[in-house]
Write a protein that binds this ligand. Structure first.
Ligand code: NA7
Length: 550
């Protein structure tokens, strides 16, 4: 099967392609593959010049997984799993980008992909039940089904600080890092933002720079990533254990292979608790969240004690007591925000050329042509790194010019926050799906997004087999899922309102939970119900109804 060519003229009503996927990240690649395997004609549009999505754009020094590599990669092909040897338990960005390129080539997907094509408009045609899609390179496609796999962390956010654009040196956002290498050697560098991206780049460049100033607004509960190379023996174990690992990952609550602990904090006496915290501190990645005491998130006393352990560690590592205190969070519990994982981050502050500016004590006044002015004075820089996050969840979907029935814009429909069913569809936008978007994940992203892609492909196949061409979620199904998400947002197992998962990092954005607060079990149970009930959460039609004529 070859890729269809777009029709320059859409006066004819037939689609150019059955399934048009937007985005060549981990979700879009899988969706493209699966839709093609299901027999649909397929095409993919990607804004970047290569595959990778997050792992294409976030190529800043130090960018790497904090999910274990083999739990993040694809599980749909045992051959792929066996032939790709991840070198480290937590792969760095270049390795992941290579992996995704390998997948695109191995499954002959590249010929369906068009790069450098950023979608600027997608309009539903109510007569034909198809989507007219336009990209900024002039590409036009008419598609039966539009699947926006545009990611949750794909629109970088740079705060509107006065003078920002007048800076005369170089400035970069971690989420839109240039393809060319950035020269840090001997430079005076500022890093703004101390969450997952900021704390990765700091230790990665500290050896090269002349000076490094870190601007911190909120300290985070950072714990060690504890990365290591994957030994030959571990490689063999991984290969031999593929079926078991796949089973675990496909059914686990959070999409990780971490075993849950079986004890609440105060089931153990104090000395045992502190020994357990030590074990947690030395465990890899997200285990500190997923394998910690069962009441870590629900019991404030349990949470506070774990935080006390971390604070002690920070004080032990960071030699300057005032800096150490500034690095210890005082305004949120562990797990209220997405916890970053580090390697050498706290240690970096023991260097003479590294300093921390606490923006709560001295906020930024403006960026000058040569540096950054805070209420405490001005520092001069050659490079500013904005590690200031993303317009999470809805950012990309809101910027694509999506218009559904009656010309309703998705942005308008979601003005008060996203409304979805299963995080895959929204009412009034038939035949549009958005796996990996808002209301989707709450754990290891590719696993959840993969669940959604599997489900969407099943829905499309069901529609095809039964002679339906128009698929639209019912109002009731959307309302129930959206209410479930919003109700669950207040649970201690959900992230807190101060996290970007509520959109609170973006000025003016409605404060709504953007993850699936019901978690993966809820996703599974609702999908099972939908399938058992003949997809009755969707209105399925052979065509759009003919318009009323008088
Ligand atoms: P995050 O987690 O959104 O972090 C953004 C950081 O930037 C955070 O420390 C913010 O402080 C800081 N920030 C945001 N706006 C400002 C302004 N105006 N002034 C100073 N500092 C600011 O983004 P990341 O890129 O680190 O991580 C995103 C995800 O990528 C991560 O969760 C992983 O999934 C990978 P704040 O905490 O808001 O005070």
């Amino acid at each position: 099967m070859t890729s269809p060519e777009p029709s320059p003229d859409h006066s004819a009503s037939g689609p150019d392609v059955d399934v048009l996927v937007i985005g060549a990240g981990i979700t879009g690649i899988y969706q493209l593959y699966l839709a093609r395997e299901a027999g649909f004609s397929v095409q993919l549009l990607e804004a970047g010049d290569g595959v990778g999505g997050t792992w294409y754009w976030n190529r800043y020094p130090g960018a790497r997984f904090d999910s274990e590599s083999y739990t993040y990669g694809y599980l749909f092909s045992q051959e792929l799993f066996e032939e790709w040897e991840w070198k480290e338990h937590f792969a760095p960005q270049p390795e992941t980008e290579r992996y995704l390129n390998h997948v695109a080539d191995r499954f002959d997907l590249r010929r369906h992909m068009r790069f450098g094509a950023k979608v600027t408009a997608a309009v539903y045609d109510e007569h034909s039940g198809t989507w007219d899609v336009v990209a900024d390179d002039g590409t036009k496609f008419r598609a039966r089904y539009l699947i926006a796999a545009t990611g949750v962390l794909s629109v970088p956010y740079t705060p509107d600080v006065p003078g920002r654009d007048e800076f005369g040196g170089e400035s970069f956002h971690t989420g839109a890092w240039p393809q060319r290498p950035v020269e840090f050697a001997g430079k005076r560098v500022a890093v703004i933002g101390t969450s997952s991206s900021g704390v990765q780049i700091v230790p990665a460049i500290v050896d090269e720079v002349a000076s490094l100033t870190v601007y911190q607004r909120t300290a985070n509960w950072c714990t060690p990533l504890n990365n290591a190379p994957i030994t030959a023996e571990e490689q063999a174990q991984l290969r031999a254990g593929f079926e078991q690992l796949r089973e675990t990952l496909n059914t686990s609550v959070h999409g990780f292979h971490h075993p849950a602990h079986d004890r609440a904090a105060f089931d153990d006496p104090e000395d045992e608790r502190w020994r357990f915290y030590e074990t947690m501190w030395n465990s890899p990645g997200f285990r500190k969240l997923t394998s910690n005491y069962t009441d870590l998130l629900a019991n404030p006393k349990a949470n506070a004690e774990w935080c006390e352990f971390i604070a002690k560690r920070i004080r032990r590592i960071v030699k300057d007591p005032a800096t150490a205190e500034r690095l210890i969070p005082s305004d949120h519990r562990f797990g209220e925000k997405r916890p970053p994982f580090v390697a050498g981050y706290y240690e970096a502050y023991n260097r003479r050329n590294v300093s921390l500016v606490d923006l709560r004590e001295s906020p930024i006044v403006r960026v000058t042509p040569t540096g950054i002015e805070t209420t405490d004075g001005t520092r001069e820089f050659d490079v500013i790194v904005w590690a200031t996050g993303f317009d999470f969840g809805t950012g990309a979907l809101a910027r694509m010019g999506i218009r559904g029935r009656g010309g309703l814009s998705l942005m308008e429909y979601w003005a008060d926050g996203p409304r979805t069913f299963l995080g895959v569809q929204t009412q009034g936008f038939p035949n549009l799906f958005f796996p990996g978007g808002p209301h989707a994940a709450a754990g290891n992203n590719p696993r959840y997004n993969g669940d959604q892609v599997d489900f969407i492909t099943d829905v499309l196949a069901y529609a095809l087999d039964n002679g339906f061409a128009v698929i639209e979620v019912t109002e009731r199904a959307e309302e129930r899922w959206t209410n479930m998400v919003n109700r669950g947002a207040a649970s201690p197992y959900s992230f807190g309102e101060s996290s970007y998962f509520f959109g609170t990092n973006i000025p003016g954005k409605p404060v709504r939970y953007l993850l699936n607060s019901g978690g993966r079990p809820k996703l599974f149970s609702v999908i099972a119900d939908v399938v058992a009930n003949g997809y009755d959460s969707f209105t399925l039609r052979p065509t759009e109804p003919a318009p009323d004529t008088d």
